[in-house]
Design a protein around this ligand. Structure first.
Ligand code: UD1
Length: 373
């Protein structure tokens, strides 16, 4: 079987690492020849957002690197599309795997679909129902051209069923949980060494979505929120957040001595800091889920979330970025931790990688037998 995985941004390196590992294990057990190539679009190109993830996760060097870099959506996605098409024509895989909802996902989806190469979308079916969100556009388009939709939650399978795509979808669970369970002990040691703060003594805060970082009022709200937090905080900054905060806001924030502004964290450090945090504030989907997986309460700095399961269980409170509701949620969580039992089985219980492989292998068998043709 010949597979090609397309990645480009940091959460995709984590998801692909789980699948590369799971496919290799399956091939060994099934005595099946497997060629699994990796294409890196170069959407994330800094060592801190890319190189260090490859090292920590034991990912092989990409077979194809496009070095597309940053840019406006059209230019960035267009350059990826051209590069991926060329790579696909050269290698003709049996199936292409795409991950999540970034511009690299969308470019991979369009390139493979136009060459009639079967597409497998991991983390399919998520919806924020905000049509202006770039990731929502990427998800809807990618799902619509995929042959196999691997869903992390029942909410995601239900979304696809309502859109008439239930037949192509299968619930496998969330590979981010597989990764969190596998790396948590190592991450805790590494995170503590790098941070040196007592466990449960700080909040962990991140903000990286363009809708937040590119809006002055929202940036002011985030800065205000950080300054008024009733406990110390650690803030690993996406490069765009640091750029958009600018010297004046950064100086104000640095005036608060127990606010630790840091460069973007490598995966293991971040997972370690999440485990030890008293609570987490974020606009990231991945960080919301990891908070839930690790049993740390989360305040989501957006108006909606795709991860409804985390909210239903009371571990995630969606407040938006206004300091007043976000601080009220922080106050509540500091007084009492959520009591509801977390349901990690609904996220696959750590077996999402294996289930994804089984579903992809049956897709490939179906293709050979003509089921999907
Ligand atoms: C992308 C995804 C988002 C995902 C996130 C994970 C899209 C539309 N968005 O957003 O869904 O949650 O990755 O981090 O694909 N930059 C650097 N160095 C880098 C990469 C980016 O400095 O290595 C800065 C640049 O200023 C760039 C900006 O980040 O202009 C935005 O980069 P972009 O490619 O849009 O990705 P993210 O915003 O990280």
């Amino acid at each position: 079987m010949k597979l090609l995985s397309i990645v480009g941004a940091r959460p995709q390196f984590v998801k692909a690492a789980v699948l590369l590992h799971a496919f290799a294990e399956w091939a060994r057990a099934a005595h099946c020849p497997l060629e699994h190539r990796l294409l890196h679009t170069g959407q994330h190109h800094d060592a801190a957002l890319s190189g260090v993830f490859f090292e920590e996760l034991g990912l092989p060097a990409p077979d194809v690197e496009l070095h597309v870099g940053s840019g406006k959506h059209g230019a960035q996605t267009g350059a990826m599309l051209a590069g991926i098409e060329e790579a696909l024509e050269a290698s003709r895989p049996d199936a292409v795997l795409i991950y999540g909802d970034t511009n690299s996902t969308l470019a991979g989806a369009l390139a493979a679909a136009k060459l009639a190469i079967p597409l497998v979308h991991l983390e399919a079916g998520l919806r924020s129902f905000d049509p202006a969100m770039p990731e929502e556009i990427n998800r809807v388009v990618s799902d619509s051209v995929s042959a196999l939709l691997l869903c992390p939650t029942r909410t995601a399978t239900e979304n696809l069923r309502r859109e008439g795509r239930g037949e192509n979808s299968v619930w496998v669970g969330d590979v981010m949980l597989d990764a969190a369970l596998r790396y948590a002990p190592r991450a805790r040691r590494q995170g503590r060494k790098a941070l040196g703060l007592a466990p449960r003594s700080y909040a962990l805060a991140t903000l990286h979505r363009a809708a937040n970082t590119d809006d002055t009022a929202r940036l002011d709200a985030f800065a205000e929120l950080l300054l008024r937090l009733p406990l110390p905080a650690v803030v690993p900054m996406h490069p765009r957040l640091e750029k958009c905060l600018g010297p004046a806001r950064l100086a104000r924030l640095r005036g608060r001595r127990d606010l630790h502004l840091r460069p973007p964290a490598p995966y293991l450090e971040m997972l370690g800091w999440e485990q030890d945090a008293r609570l987490i504030l974020t606009d990231s989907g991945g960080v919301q889920k990891e908070a839930y997986f690790l049993g740390v309460p989360c305040v989501t700095l957006r108006r909606e979330t795709e991860w409804l399961e985390t909210v239903h269980d009371g571990w995630n409170t969606v407040t938006g970025l206004d300091p007043a509701p976000a601080l009220a949620a922080v106050g509540r969580l500091l007084r009492a931790l959520p009591t509801a039992e977390r349901d990690l089985d609904s996220f696959g219980g750590g077996c999402a990688g294996r289930r994804s492989v089984e579903a992809t292998v049956s897709l490939e068998r179906g293709l050979l037998c003509g089921t999907y043709l």
